[in-house]
Design a protein around this ligand. Structure first.
Ligand SMILES: [Zn+2]
Length: 206
């Protein structure tokens, strides 16, 4: 299914994180700060991308919000049967809940990206929460899979200055998708002009 991330219905606030979730996020964030103090991340060359840097007619597949046990095994089997590698934008707390599935994604050679720790709208939380969300996801993904993500997709495509600042600290590049809906609804500066003939399409799937 193509489209943006699942967002709470308009008018209804997102469910509040439980005290336990907040404490998990906080401890993963603090571990990541320790890690960064010992292994500073190098600043990415670009801050955000919405398509691949290629004119070749190549498509990049990316799957958000996992690992979801209800479909991940089936999806990994299909990808392997077709010799396709994809990028999985994983949610930190989902990785914690489904560590075997997260490790299977890494073992199959797919790229793993950061999709925040608990999937909030990062443009609606404090700068400190943005930093905690991104660094806690980074720490959880690395400690479970052994992979340090180099790209980050904010939930709902909500890139803000706080997201870019946190990403710089973690050495992450923000990634959108090249979907027609995003090209018309997201605010880009400048708005991207893209046609399928340009190549480098980043498909965003769930
Ligand atoms: Zn999402």
């Amino acid at each position: 299914m193509m489209g943006g991330c699942a967002a709470p219905p308009t008018g209804k606030p997102a469910p509040k994180a439980t005290p336990e979730e907040l404490s998990d996020r906080r401890s993963a964030y603090e571990r990541e700060l320790d890690h960064l103090a010992k292994n500073p991340a190098s600043a990415p060359k670009v801050e955000k991308l919405w398509r691949g840097e290629t004119r070749e007619k190549l498509i990049s597949l990316s799957f958000d919000d996992g690992p979801r046990p209800e479909w991940i095994e089936k999806l990994l089997t299909i990808l392997k049967a077709n010799d396709v590698k994809a990028t999985f934008y994983l949610v930190g707390k989902m990785v914690k809940l489904n560590p075997d599935q997260a490790r299977k994604i890494a073992a199959d050679g797919h790229e793993i990206g950061n999709h925040s720790y608990s999937h909030p709208n990062l443009s609606k939380v404090s700068d400190q929460d943005v930093l905690e969300e991104i660094l806690a996801a980074q720490n959880t993904i690395r400690s479970v899979t052994g992979v340090t993500p180099v790209t980050m997709r904010p939930p709902g495509g909500n890139i803000s200055q706080a997201v870019l600042a946190a990403n710089r600290k973690a050495g992450l590049v923000a990634i959108e998708g090249t979907t027609p809906a995003q090209l018309t609804t997201r605010k880009f500066d400048p708005p991207p002009q893209w046609s399928p003939a340009d190549g480098g399409y980043v498909g965003l799937l769930h």
